[in-house]
Design a protein around this ligand. Structure first.
Ligand SMILES: [Zn+2]
Length: 244
């Protein structure tokens, strides 16, 4: 499972709300701001002396305020306008999005020239996003499922079922009954990162934890495992806000 802690906490007031995450893999104190999870303070598991969070917040105040304002602006803009295109890097596809006025039931269809057409009597942004989410879910099933099967066969890591979802905080998960769930936001990631997630979940078929043995297996399947794991931590902030 690749997860991030979900606690909606926009940084609009001071002192800001924050989440603390301690990890054995974090080597130094690091701050991160994400449109969904707000401010996260990453701390190493063991520190020589306790970290003074209040002092840290004051020290980083300018950075925190600047980045939270930028993210809020981006999120507001993203959530009121229909995107003009979708860039599905993982599968090398770009789709233009058009709206057509039509009195029939609101619907979305794929037209020639990689165009996604949303038909609706007037453009209701929430309905449009709902249609786009449904389409993305089908698209992910068409592409991520065979991709996972191919990797599963190649590396002899058989699974039971795969389901596509839009979990708020996970790229994917794997259960003890060998069922894998994948997030359709994976479609928006660079191909290598998308494959890294599929390999991550396949590795859980042998190790249902993040033990050393798990990372050894994943590193054998993905030689750039370390960089990819790191890149995934920050890339969420680059995805369109309406996906969340
Ligand atoms: Zn995992």
């Amino acid at each position: 499972m690749i997860a991030t802690i979900m606690e909606s906490s926009q940084v609009t007031t001071w002192p800001p709300l924050y989440t603390v995450e301690k990890s054995r893999r974090t080597k130094r104190v690091r701050l991160n701001i994400h449109p969904q999870t707000g401010l996260t303070i990453h701390l190493p598991y063991h520190t020589r002396r306790p970290v003074d969070i209040d002092a840290l917040l004051i020290e980083k105040k300018a950075w925190i305020l600047k980045h939270s304002a930028l993210l809020e602006q981006a999120a507001q803009k993203d959530n009121v306008n229909l995107p003009t295109s979708l860039s599905l890097s993982a599968i090398d596809e770009t789709w233009q999005i058009d709206h057509m006025q039509n009195c029939a039931k609101p619907t979305l269809f794929a037209a020639a020239g990689s165009r996604l057409v949303i038909m609706d009597k007037d453009l209701n942004i929430e309905r449009a996003f709902r249609l786009l989410h449904l389409w993305l879910k089908r698209k992910a099933a068409q592409h991520l499922t065979p991709w996972l099967r191919e990797l599963s066969l190649r590396h002899q890591l058989p699974f039971n079922n795969v389901a596509i979802r839009n979990q708020k905080t996970r790229w994917g998960s794997c259960s003890s009954s060998k069922n894998i769930q994948l997030n359709y936001k994976i479609l928006f990631l660079p191909k290598a990162l998308a494959e890294h997630i599929l390999l991550h979940e396949l590795s859980h078929l042998q190790h249902l934890n993040h033990s050393r043995a798990f990372w050894r297996l994943l590193s054998a399947l993905d030689p750039h495992c370390h960089e990819h794991t790191k890149a995934l931590k920050t890339i969420e902030a680059e995805l369109p806000a309406w996906l969340y």
